[in-house]
Ligand binder design. Sequence first.
Ligand SMILES: NC(=O)c1ccc[n+]([C@@H]2O[C@H](COP(=O)([O-])OP(=O)(O)OC[C@H]3O[C@@H](n4cnc5c(N)ncnc54)[C@H](OP(=O)(O)O)[C@@H]3O)[C@@H](O)[C@H]2O)c1
Length: 231
Amino acid sequence: MPQTWMITGANRGIGLALTMELLRRGDHVVAAARDPWGGALAEVAGGQAGTLTPLELDVTSDKSVAAAKQALDGRPIDVLVNNAGVYGPRDRQSALDMDFNAWREVFEVNVYAPLRVAQAFLPNVEAGTGRKIVTISSRMGSIGSNPSGAIAYRSSKAAVNMVMVGFGNAVRGSEVAVLLFHPGWVRTDMGGGGADIPPAESAAGLIATIDASGMRETNSFRNWKGDEIPW
Ligand SMILES: NC(=O)c1ccc[n+]([C@@H]2O[C@H](COP(=O)([O-])OP(=O)(O)OC[C@H]3O[C@@H](n4cnc5c(N)ncnc54)[C@H](OP(=O)(O)O)[C@@H]3O)[C@@H](O)[C@H]2O)c1
């Protein structure tokens, strides 16, 4: 039975790889992006087993989220994936030298937006049968790994872990599983060409792990293979 997944930041990187893998196996994908009709998404639309619904969505905008919600018109979503993310400046995000405006922008996308999107589309997820809300976090947000450097990005991922665990507890009663993942170090614009794994490998692992997850795994923080990561 095909499922309906909604993915933010679906136009490139890990979001695009998730979209392609889900379409290949025959699922329906609501591919949300700031420009969902341009570039790679338009190219993957044809010749797939599943169906693609492009959805315009800037996750940092209340207005854009409201318009996207209206466009979906109550359509049930089985799995919602908060994937859109930014790294922030490659320089000036250390403990000793911070670009504070850039840090704010990182929090807009990586922390506030996943909650905004989860709140807005919760009724769609409650109307589905999969009942999962996934957020792509990062092991760089693990305080247990005693981090230094990339403070804007790391703090945003630590914060979104906290936010989504709170959200998970709030929706536990309606049996919606809330899951946090590190996708691996992935060869995307963000991960860079020297990263460990290609997007397709991360996407396949994430999908298999999400498929196998339910309420027992709610509020867990794991990698794309399903191994737990210390908070
Ligand atoms: N790559 C890695 O090694 C790695 C490791 C750990 C965690 N992650 C996480 O995995 C997720 C995906 O990363 P990636 O490597 O695929 O990054 P990427 O290639 O840089 O793609 C980022 C995606 O986020 C979208 N996005 C950014 N701001 C947005 C906004 N305001 N509204 C809607 N979409 C927005 C981008 O859309 P535009 O094209 O419109 O900019 C793009 O689709 C992120 O949350 C990232 O933090 C990645």
